[in-house]
Design a protein around this ligand. Structure first.
Ligand SMILES: O=C(CO)COP(=O)(O)O
Length: 248
């Protein structure tokens, strides 16, 4: 079976009640390609509200969560809470979490394991910095980050989407070229075939993220190993509809 295209909008720490309502209105008008899975990553404080106003065809994701169900972890939210308000997804290991908040591979893996155990679907983010790319370490870095996830995911790959987001392309307007993105996605699949299983390698969806726009989405989407996008800035704008529809 083919891999269903999956487009995530990562709103990051943006929006207020008025703006998030407007974004949802825009998505409702669409029209959105019914063959594409759409997941919006909402700031924690608006999760319940957005979940209450989105149509059933759009899924809601938290942008982070903690690695246990409850307890003395001031400021954190758990997968159980995310599920409790009706959302089914969480974005984990985003490069902003890794760099600004110091999340290491091991912590990301613990979060992924706990989220999956509690029935959330996970968008797990990986990607190299500019320094790492220029040092020829792109594959080494994304393989290391993915390897840390293997025991956390176990046989739960059906509930995981990988998001390859080169850090140098995030919020910079510098998109990876379709060839650069395709190359990394293809080598990730090869690596997964050898280190997870051939079945995981062919079935897992790999999103590209980093300065995706309505203007460049179609070309990126035409690459055989790009199965969707994780979109930051443009997910706040009407052009997100064009990105969702990029395979049409
Ligand atoms: O980080 C991203 C999505 O998670 C990408 O952000 P931009 O689309 O703003 O570059």
């Amino acid at each position: 079976m083919g891999r269903k295209f999956v487009v995530g909008g990562n709103w990051k720490m943006n929006g207020d009640k008025k703006q998030v309502t407007e974004i949802v209105e825009t998505l409702k008008k669409g029209p959105l390609d019914p063959n594409v899975e759409v997941v919006i990553g909402v700031p924690a404080i608006y999760l319940a509200y957005v979940q209450s106003i989105v149509p059933g065809t759009i899924s809601v994701a938290a942008q982070n969560c903690w690695k246990v169900a409850k307890g003395a972890f001031t400021g954190e939210i758990s997968p159980a809470m995310i599920k409790d308000i009706g959302a089914n997804w969480v974005i984990l290991g985003h490069s902003e979490r890794r760099t600004i908040f110091g999340e290491k591979d091991e912590l990301v893996a613990e979060k992924v394991a706990h989220a999956l155990e509690n029935g959330l679907k996970v968008i797990a983010c990986i990607g190299e910095t500019l320094e790492e790319r220029e040092a020829g370490k792109t594959e080494e870095v994304v393989f290391r980050q993915t390897k840390a996830l293997l025991p956390a995911i176990g046989n739960n790959w059906a509930n995981v989407v990988l998001a390859y987001e080169p850090v140098w392309a995030i919020g910079t307007g510098k998109t990876a070229s379709p060839q650069q993105a395709q190359d990394v996605h293809a080598s990730l699949r090869n690596w997964l075939s050898a280190n997870a299983s051939p079945d995981v390698a062919t079935s897992v969806r790999i999103q590209y993220g980093g300065s995706v726009t309505g203007a460049n989405a179609k070309e990126l989407a035409s690459c055989p190993d790009i199965d969707g996008f994780l979109v930051g800035g443009a997910s706040l704008k009407p052009e997100f509809v064009d990105i969702v529809n990029a395979t049409q």
